[in-house]
Ligand binder design. Structure first.
Ligand SMILES: [Zn+2]
Length: 434
Protein backbone atom coordinates (compact mmCIF):
# COMPACT_ATOMS: atom_id res chain seq x y z
CA UNK A 1 0.00 0.00 0.00
CA UNK A 2 1.36 3.39 -1.02
CA UNK A 3 0.91 5.68 1.97
CA UNK A 4 1.67 9.39 2.02
CA UNK A 5 1.17 12.01 4.73
CA UNK A 6 0.74 15.54 3.37
CA UNK A 7 1.22 18.40 5.80
CA UNK A 8 0.19 21.94 4.91
CA UNK A 9 -0.20 25.34 6.54
CA UNK A 10 -3.93 25.14 5.80
CA UNK A 11 -6.25 22.31 4.72
CA UNK A 12 -9.64 23.43 3.36
CA UNK A 13 -11.73 20.27 3.12
CA UNK A 14 -14.94 21.64 1.49
CA UNK A 15 -16.78 18.95 3.50
CA UNK A 16 -20.37 19.46 4.67
CA UNK A 17 -19.13 21.17 7.87
CA UNK A 18 -16.71 23.35 5.86
CA UNK A 19 -13.90 22.09 8.11
CA UNK A 20 -10.62 23.98 7.86
CA UNK A 21 -7.42 22.93 9.65
CA UNK A 22 -4.53 25.36 10.05
CA UNK A 23 -2.12 23.65 10.06
CA UNK A 24 -3.54 20.44 8.66
CA UNK A 25 -2.73 16.89 7.63
CA UNK A 26 -4.08 14.71 4.83
CA UNK A 27 -3.16 11.02 4.92
CA UNK A 28 -3.55 9.10 1.67
CA UNK A 29 -3.44 5.38 0.94
CA UNK A 30 -3.41 4.09 -2.63
CA UNK A 31 -4.76 7.33 -4.10
CA UNK A 32 -7.56 7.75 -1.58
CA UNK A 33 -7.91 9.99 1.45
CA UNK A 34 -7.45 8.00 4.65
CA UNK A 35 -7.51 10.71 7.29
CA UNK A 36 -7.84 14.53 7.47
CA UNK A 37 -7.39 16.79 10.48
CA UNK A 38 -5.10 18.73 12.72
CA UNK A 39 -1.50 17.48 13.24
CA UNK A 40 -2.14 17.19 16.98
CA UNK A 41 -4.82 14.56 16.40
CA UNK A 42 -3.11 12.74 13.53
CA UNK A 43 -2.70 8.97 13.89
CA UNK A 44 0.76 7.49 14.44
CA UNK A 45 2.48 6.48 11.23
CA UNK A 46 5.36 4.09 10.69
CA UNK A 47 8.78 5.22 9.44
CA UNK A 48 7.98 3.74 6.05
CA UNK A 49 5.27 6.28 5.30
CA UNK A 50 6.41 9.12 3.04
CA UNK A 51 5.84 12.54 4.60
CA UNK A 52 5.36 15.33 2.07
CA UNK A 53 5.57 18.74 3.73
CA UNK A 54 3.87 20.70 0.98
CA UNK A 55 3.16 23.87 2.99
CA UNK A 56 0.72 26.39 1.53
CA UNK A 57 -2.98 25.55 1.31
CA UNK A 58 -4.42 22.26 0.13
CA UNK A 59 -8.02 21.76 -0.91
CA UNK A 60 -10.02 19.47 -3.20
CA UNK A 61 -9.57 19.89 -6.96
CA UNK A 62 -12.31 21.92 -8.63
CA UNK A 63 -15.01 20.21 -10.70
CA UNK A 64 -16.16 21.84 -13.94
CA UNK A 65 -19.77 20.67 -14.16
CA UNK A 66 -20.57 21.71 -17.73
CA UNK A 67 -18.10 21.89 -20.53
CA UNK A 68 -17.38 21.14 -24.20
CA UNK A 69 -13.61 21.21 -23.90
CA UNK A 70 -12.57 20.20 -27.46
CA UNK A 71 -14.02 23.57 -28.48
CA UNK A 72 -10.58 24.95 -27.68
CA UNK A 73 -10.28 24.40 -31.46
CA UNK A 74 -12.93 27.06 -32.17
CA UNK A 75 -12.15 29.43 -29.32
CA UNK A 76 -12.59 33.06 -30.27
CA UNK A 77 -14.74 32.57 -33.36
CA UNK A 78 -18.14 34.24 -33.71
CA UNK A 79 -17.46 36.73 -30.96
CA UNK A 80 -20.35 39.13 -30.47
CA UNK A 81 -23.08 36.89 -31.92
CA UNK A 82 -26.11 35.80 -29.86
CA UNK A 83 -26.46 32.06 -29.07
CA UNK A 84 -28.43 30.88 -32.10
CA UNK A 85 -26.38 32.74 -34.70
CA UNK A 86 -23.17 31.92 -32.82
CA UNK A 87 -24.01 28.18 -33.02
CA UNK A 88 -25.24 28.08 -36.62
CA UNK A 89 -22.84 30.57 -38.21
CA UNK A 90 -19.64 30.17 -36.21
CA UNK A 91 -19.52 26.90 -34.25
CA UNK A 92 -21.32 24.21 -36.22
CA UNK A 93 -19.67 24.83 -39.62
CA UNK A 94 -16.22 24.48 -38.02
CA UNK A 95 -17.19 21.59 -35.78
CA UNK A 96 -18.65 19.87 -38.85
CA UNK A 97 -15.12 19.57 -40.25
CA UNK A 98 -13.71 18.16 -37.02
CA UNK A 99 -12.12 14.70 -36.91
CA UNK A 100 -11.52 12.46 -33.88
CA UNK A 101 -7.84 13.45 -33.98
CA UNK A 102 -8.82 17.13 -33.84
CA UNK A 103 -11.06 16.45 -30.83
CA UNK A 104 -8.23 14.52 -29.15
CA UNK A 105 -5.87 17.49 -29.44
CA UNK A 106 -8.57 19.98 -28.46
CA UNK A 107 -9.35 17.95 -25.35
CA UNK A 108 -5.66 17.48 -24.57
CA UNK A 109 -4.97 21.20 -24.66
CA UNK A 110 -8.08 21.93 -22.60
CA UNK A 111 -7.24 19.23 -20.05
CA UNK A 112 -3.80 20.73 -19.55
CA UNK A 113 -5.37 24.15 -19.12
CA UNK A 114 -7.84 22.85 -16.54
CA UNK A 115 -5.26 20.86 -14.58
CA UNK A 116 -3.01 23.92 -14.39
CA UNK A 117 -5.99 25.86 -13.00
CA UNK A 118 -6.60 23.19 -10.35
CA UNK A 119 -9.66 21.75 -12.10
CA UNK A 120 -9.25 17.99 -11.64
CA UNK A 121 -12.62 16.87 -13.07
CA UNK A 122 -14.74 18.01 -15.98
CA UNK A 123 -18.15 16.92 -17.15
CA UNK A 124 -18.03 16.93 -20.93
CA UNK A 125 -20.92 17.09 -23.37
CA UNK A 126 -19.41 16.39 -26.76
CA UNK A 127 -19.22 14.16 -29.79
CA UNK A 128 -16.04 12.12 -30.51
CA UNK A 129 -16.46 10.52 -27.08
CA UNK A 130 -13.73 7.91 -27.61
CA UNK A 131 -11.18 10.60 -28.46
CA UNK A 132 -12.25 12.70 -25.48
CA UNK A 133 -11.89 9.75 -23.10
CA UNK A 134 -8.48 8.81 -24.55
CA UNK A 135 -7.21 12.38 -24.22
CA UNK A 136 -8.48 12.79 -20.65
CA UNK A 137 -6.96 9.46 -19.63
CA UNK A 138 -3.60 10.46 -21.11
CA UNK A 139 -3.69 13.76 -19.19
CA UNK A 140 -4.61 12.04 -15.94
CA UNK A 141 -7.73 14.17 -15.44
CA UNK A 142 -10.97 12.78 -14.04
CA UNK A 143 -13.80 12.83 -16.57
CA UNK A 144 -17.57 12.53 -16.54
CA UNK A 145 -18.14 11.94 -20.26
CA UNK A 146 -21.64 12.49 -21.56
CA UNK A 147 -21.75 11.78 -25.31
CA UNK A 148 -23.72 14.51 -27.05
CA UNK A 149 -26.83 14.02 -29.19
CA UNK A 150 -27.69 16.82 -31.64
CA UNK A 151 -30.51 17.01 -34.16
CA UNK A 152 -28.28 17.83 -37.12
CA UNK A 153 -26.46 14.50 -36.77
CA UNK A 154 -28.99 12.32 -34.94
CA UNK A 155 -32.44 13.43 -36.12
CA UNK A 156 -34.42 10.97 -34.00
CA UNK A 157 -31.86 10.53 -31.25
CA UNK A 158 -32.62 6.81 -31.24
CA UNK A 159 -29.81 5.82 -33.63
CA UNK A 160 -27.44 7.27 -31.08
CA UNK A 161 -28.83 5.34 -28.09
CA UNK A 162 -27.18 2.05 -29.06
CA UNK A 163 -23.81 3.74 -29.54
CA UNK A 164 -24.03 5.43 -26.16
CA UNK A 165 -25.07 2.23 -24.36
CA UNK A 166 -22.15 0.41 -25.94
CA UNK A 167 -19.75 3.25 -25.06
CA UNK A 168 -21.11 3.18 -21.49
CA UNK A 169 -20.38 -0.53 -21.17
CA UNK A 170 -16.79 0.01 -22.29
CA UNK A 171 -15.89 3.07 -20.21
CA UNK A 172 -18.20 3.65 -17.23
CA UNK A 173 -16.05 2.98 -14.18
CA UNK A 174 -17.07 4.88 -11.02
CA UNK A 175 -14.10 3.42 -9.12
CA UNK A 176 -11.70 4.69 -11.78
CA UNK A 177 -11.38 8.11 -13.41
CA UNK A 178 -14.06 7.90 -16.13
CA UNK A 179 -17.82 7.80 -15.80
CA UNK A 180 -20.34 7.98 -18.63
CA UNK A 181 -23.71 9.73 -18.89
CA UNK A 182 -26.10 10.67 -21.69
CA UNK A 183 -26.35 14.18 -23.18
CA UNK A 184 -29.23 15.21 -25.41
CA UNK A 185 -28.32 18.77 -26.44
CA UNK A 186 -31.69 20.30 -25.51
CA UNK A 187 -35.42 19.98 -26.02
CA UNK A 188 -35.47 22.89 -28.47
CA UNK A 189 -32.81 21.24 -30.66
CA UNK A 190 -33.91 17.58 -30.54
CA UNK A 191 -37.61 17.85 -29.74
CA UNK A 192 -39.26 16.57 -26.58
CA UNK A 193 -39.68 12.91 -27.67
CA UNK A 194 -35.99 12.39 -28.31
CA UNK A 195 -35.12 13.87 -24.92
CA UNK A 196 -37.67 11.57 -23.26
CA UNK A 197 -36.12 8.53 -24.98
CA UNK A 198 -32.62 9.51 -23.98
CA UNK A 199 -33.80 10.12 -20.41
CA UNK A 200 -35.13 6.54 -20.45
CA UNK A 201 -31.71 5.36 -21.63
CA UNK A 202 -29.93 7.28 -18.83
CA UNK A 203 -32.30 5.77 -16.25
CA UNK A 204 -31.83 2.27 -17.61
CA UNK A 205 -28.05 2.74 -17.27
CA UNK A 206 -28.55 4.31 -13.83
CA UNK A 207 -26.49 7.29 -14.89
CA UNK A 208 -26.68 11.05 -15.36
CA UNK A 209 -28.78 12.77 -18.02
CA UNK A 210 -27.02 16.01 -18.99
CA UNK A 211 -28.77 18.63 -21.10
CA UNK A 212 -29.02 22.37 -21.78
CA UNK A 213 -32.13 23.91 -20.25
CA UNK A 214 -33.61 27.42 -20.48
CA UNK A 215 -30.36 29.07 -21.54
CA UNK A 216 -31.90 31.92 -23.55
CA UNK A 217 -35.34 33.50 -23.42
CA UNK A 218 -36.14 32.78 -27.07
CA UNK A 219 -34.82 29.25 -27.70
CA UNK A 220 -37.91 27.32 -26.52
CA UNK A 221 -40.61 29.80 -27.57
CA UNK A 222 -42.08 27.42 -30.18
CA UNK A 223 -42.17 24.44 -27.82
CA UNK A 224 -43.63 26.51 -25.02
CA UNK A 225 -46.34 27.89 -27.30
CA UNK A 226 -47.35 24.43 -28.49
CA UNK A 227 -47.35 22.85 -25.01
CA UNK A 228 -48.72 25.93 -23.26
CA UNK A 229 -46.15 25.91 -20.46
CA UNK A 230 -42.46 26.45 -19.76
CA UNK A 231 -39.85 24.07 -21.17
CA UNK A 232 -38.94 23.06 -17.60
CA UNK A 233 -42.57 22.13 -16.97
CA UNK A 234 -42.77 20.24 -20.28
CA UNK A 235 -39.79 18.06 -19.35
CA UNK A 236 -41.15 17.47 -15.86
CA UNK A 237 -44.57 16.47 -17.24
CA UNK A 238 -42.89 14.02 -19.64
CA UNK A 239 -40.99 12.29 -16.81
CA UNK A 240 -37.55 13.50 -17.87
CA UNK A 241 -36.69 14.53 -14.30
CA UNK A 242 -37.35 11.09 -12.83
CA UNK A 243 -33.70 10.02 -13.02
CA UNK A 244 -30.45 11.76 -12.10
CA UNK A 245 -30.46 14.98 -14.15
CA UNK A 246 -27.88 17.72 -14.67
CA UNK A 247 -29.32 20.79 -16.38
CA UNK A 248 -26.92 23.43 -17.68
CA UNK A 249 -27.79 27.12 -17.45
CA UNK A 250 -31.42 27.39 -16.18
CA UNK A 251 -31.31 31.15 -16.73
CA UNK A 252 -34.99 31.48 -17.70
CA UNK A 253 -36.71 29.63 -14.86
CA UNK A 254 -39.47 31.12 -12.72
CA UNK A 255 -40.43 30.20 -9.16
CA UNK A 256 -42.62 27.28 -10.28
CA UNK A 257 -39.83 25.92 -12.49
CA UNK A 258 -37.29 26.27 -9.66
CA UNK A 259 -39.57 24.36 -7.32
CA UNK A 260 -39.90 21.58 -9.90
CA UNK A 261 -36.10 21.38 -10.21
CA UNK A 262 -35.71 21.25 -6.41
CA UNK A 263 -38.49 18.72 -5.82
CA UNK A 264 -37.05 16.38 -8.46
CA UNK A 265 -33.41 16.70 -7.40
CA UNK A 266 -32.37 18.20 -10.74
CA UNK A 267 -28.88 19.67 -10.34
CA UNK A 268 -28.03 22.87 -12.18
CA UNK A 269 -24.69 23.75 -13.79
CA UNK A 270 -24.56 27.52 -13.45
CA UNK A 271 -22.38 29.07 -16.18
CA UNK A 272 -22.39 32.79 -15.38
CA UNK A 273 -19.52 33.83 -17.62
CA UNK A 274 -20.86 32.02 -20.69
CA UNK A 275 -24.29 33.55 -19.98
CA UNK A 276 -22.73 37.00 -19.76
CA UNK A 277 -20.62 36.56 -22.89
CA UNK A 278 -23.55 35.39 -25.03
CA UNK A 279 -25.90 37.95 -23.47
CA UNK A 280 -28.21 35.14 -22.35
CA UNK A 281 -29.19 36.62 -18.99
CA UNK A 282 -28.57 36.13 -15.27
CA UNK A 283 -29.62 32.82 -13.72
CA UNK A 284 -31.46 33.17 -10.38
CA UNK A 285 -28.68 31.59 -8.36
CA UNK A 286 -29.83 32.68 -4.91
CA UNK A 287 -33.44 31.65 -5.54
CA UNK A 288 -32.35 28.21 -6.82
CA UNK A 289 -30.13 27.66 -3.79
CA UNK A 290 -32.84 28.87 -1.41
CA UNK A 291 -35.26 26.37 -2.95
CA UNK A 292 -32.77 23.57 -2.29
CA UNK A 293 -31.46 23.03 -5.81
CA UNK A 294 -27.90 21.63 -6.01
CA UNK A 295 -26.14 24.33 -8.01
CA UNK A 296 -22.71 23.64 -9.48
CA UNK A 297 -20.40 25.78 -11.60
CA UNK A 298 -19.49 25.19 -15.23
CA UNK A 299 -17.37 27.16 -17.65
CA UNK A 300 -19.40 25.95 -20.63
CA UNK A 301 -17.25 25.46 -23.75
CA UNK A 302 -14.04 27.42 -24.16
CA UNK A 303 -15.59 29.21 -27.14
CA UNK A 304 -18.26 30.89 -25.02
CA UNK A 305 -16.20 31.84 -21.98
CA UNK A 306 -13.36 31.90 -23.31
CA UNK A 307 -11.25 30.27 -20.64
CA UNK A 308 -11.51 27.00 -18.75
CA UNK A 309 -10.50 28.66 -15.50
CA UNK A 310 -13.27 27.77 -13.05
CA UNK A 311 -11.88 30.26 -10.50
CA UNK A 312 -13.52 32.95 -12.61
CA UNK A 313 -16.94 31.33 -12.01
CA UNK A 314 -16.16 31.01 -8.29
CA UNK A 315 -15.80 34.77 -8.12
CA UNK A 316 -18.20 36.00 -10.81
CA UNK A 317 -21.04 33.60 -9.99
CA UNK A 318 -21.28 34.81 -6.43
CA UNK A 319 -20.68 38.49 -7.15
CA UNK A 320 -23.18 38.54 -9.99
CA UNK A 321 -25.81 37.09 -7.64
CA UNK A 322 -25.04 39.84 -5.11
CA UNK A 323 -25.23 42.58 -7.73
CA UNK A 324 -28.44 41.11 -9.19
CA UNK A 325 -30.14 40.99 -5.77
CA UNK A 326 -28.57 44.16 -4.29
CA UNK A 327 -27.51 41.99 -1.35
CA UNK A 328 -23.89 41.54 -0.24
CA UNK A 329 -24.82 38.81 2.24
CA UNK A 330 -25.63 36.33 -0.55
CA UNK A 331 -23.27 33.47 -1.46
CA UNK A 332 -20.42 33.59 1.04
CA UNK A 333 -16.84 32.73 0.18
CA UNK A 334 -17.28 29.25 1.64
CA UNK A 335 -20.49 28.69 -0.33
CA UNK A 336 -19.04 29.69 -3.67
CA UNK A 337 -16.01 27.45 -3.05
CA UNK A 338 -18.25 24.51 -2.20
CA UNK A 339 -20.26 25.10 -5.38
CA UNK A 340 -17.08 24.56 -7.43
CA UNK A 341 -16.11 21.45 -5.47
CA UNK A 342 -18.60 19.43 -3.41
CA UNK A 343 -21.78 20.55 -5.18
CA UNK A 344 -20.22 20.27 -8.63
CA UNK A 345 -19.08 16.72 -7.91
CA UNK A 346 -22.57 15.75 -6.72
CA UNK A 347 -24.15 17.43 -9.73
CA UNK A 348 -22.13 15.40 -12.23
CA UNK A 349 -22.88 12.17 -10.38
CA UNK A 350 -19.57 11.63 -8.59
CA UNK A 351 -19.78 10.53 -4.97
CA UNK A 352 -16.10 10.29 -4.11
CA UNK A 353 -14.52 13.57 -5.14
CA UNK A 354 -15.18 17.26 -4.48
CA UNK A 355 -14.19 17.21 -0.81
CA UNK A 356 -11.30 15.92 1.24
CA UNK A 357 -12.86 13.30 3.49
CA UNK A 358 -11.76 9.73 4.26
CA UNK A 359 -12.65 7.34 1.45
CA UNK A 360 -12.69 9.96 -1.28
CA UNK A 361 -10.26 9.98 -4.17
CA UNK A 362 -7.17 12.09 -3.51
CA UNK A 363 -8.08 14.82 -6.01
CA UNK A 364 -6.21 17.67 -4.41
CA UNK A 365 -4.57 20.97 -5.27
CA UNK A 366 -1.95 23.09 -3.54
CA UNK A 367 -2.14 26.85 -3.49
CA UNK A 368 0.77 29.11 -2.74
CA UNK A 369 -0.12 31.41 0.15
CA UNK A 370 3.09 33.37 -0.08
CA UNK A 371 1.52 35.97 -2.37
CA UNK A 372 0.35 39.52 -1.83
CA UNK A 373 -3.34 38.74 -2.35
CA UNK A 374 -3.31 36.29 0.57
CA UNK A 375 -2.16 39.01 2.98
CA UNK A 376 -3.28 39.84 5.62
CA UNK A 377 -4.93 36.99 7.50
CA UNK A 378 -6.12 37.94 10.97
CA UNK A 379 -8.60 35.05 11.10
CA UNK A 380 -9.47 32.01 9.00
CA UNK A 381 -12.54 33.65 7.41
CA UNK A 382 -10.28 36.22 5.84
CA UNK A 383 -8.18 33.47 4.33
CA UNK A 384 -11.28 31.85 2.81
CA UNK A 385 -12.34 35.25 1.47
CA UNK A 386 -8.93 35.64 -0.19
CA UNK A 387 -9.30 32.17 -1.68
CA UNK A 388 -12.74 32.94 -3.18
CA UNK A 389 -12.23 36.53 -4.30
CA UNK A 390 -8.54 36.86 -5.05
CA UNK A 391 -7.54 33.20 -5.36
CA UNK A 392 -7.04 32.24 -8.95
CA UNK A 393 -5.53 29.63 -11.17
CA UNK A 394 -2.28 31.60 -11.05
CA UNK A 395 -1.86 30.56 -7.42
CA UNK A 396 -2.20 26.79 -8.06
CA UNK A 397 1.21 25.14 -7.90
CA UNK A 398 0.57 21.39 -7.59
CA UNK A 399 -2.26 19.05 -8.52
CA UNK A 400 -3.00 15.39 -7.77
CA UNK A 401 -5.71 13.24 -9.32
CA UNK A 402 -6.44 9.92 -7.61
CA UNK A 403 -3.13 10.42 -5.79
CA UNK A 404 -1.13 10.83 -9.00
CA UNK A 405 0.76 14.09 -9.30
CA UNK A 406 -0.16 15.70 -12.61
CA UNK A 407 1.03 19.28 -12.02
CA UNK A 408 4.23 20.18 -10.14
CA UNK A 409 5.46 23.73 -9.57
CA UNK A 410 3.00 25.07 -12.11
CA UNK A 411 4.02 22.64 -14.89
CA UNK A 412 1.77 19.89 -16.29
CA UNK A 413 3.65 16.61 -16.08
CA UNK A 414 1.31 14.55 -18.25
CA UNK A 415 0.84 16.66 -21.38
CA UNK A 416 3.28 17.99 -23.96
CA UNK A 417 1.71 21.44 -23.79
CA UNK A 418 3.94 22.98 -26.46
CA UNK A 419 2.95 20.29 -28.96
CA UNK A 420 -0.74 20.60 -28.01
CA UNK A 421 -0.65 24.36 -28.62
CA UNK A 422 0.99 23.84 -32.02
CA UNK A 423 -1.50 21.11 -33.00
CA UNK A 424 -4.55 23.14 -32.01
CA UNK A 425 -3.22 26.24 -33.75
CA UNK A 426 -2.68 24.30 -36.99
CA UNK A 427 -5.90 22.26 -36.89
CA UNK A 428 -8.04 25.30 -36.07
CA UNK A 429 -6.93 26.95 -39.33
CA UNK A 430 -8.19 23.96 -41.29
CA UNK A 431 -11.51 23.94 -39.40
CA UNK A 432 -11.91 27.65 -40.13
CA UNK A 433 -11.48 26.89 -43.82
CA UNK A 434 -8.51 29.25 -43.85
ZN1 LIG B 1 -23.09 24.09 -23.03
Amino acid sequence: MAQVRFTADVVVTCDTDNSVYAPGVVDAVDGRVAWVGSPDDAPEISDTVTVDNVGGLIMPGLVNAHCHTPMTLVRGSGDGLPLHRWLTEAMWPREGRMTPADAWWGMTLGSAEMLLAGVTTSCEMYLFEDAVVDAARASGARLAMTPGVVAALHPSGSDRSGEIAEFFSRHHDPAGRVTVGVAPHSAYDLGVDAVVNLADLARSLNTVLHLHLAETREESAELEASFGCSVTRILYDQGVFEGRVLAAHCVWVDTTDINLLAANGVAVAHCPISNMKLGSGIAPLAAMRDAGVTVAYGTDGPASNDSLDLWEEVKMGALLARAHSLDSTLITAVETLSMATRYSAAAVGLDDTGCLIPGNALDMIRIDLDQSTFVPVTDIDELLAHLAWSGSSRKVTDVWVAGEKVVADGEVLTVDTERAVAEVRERALRLAGA
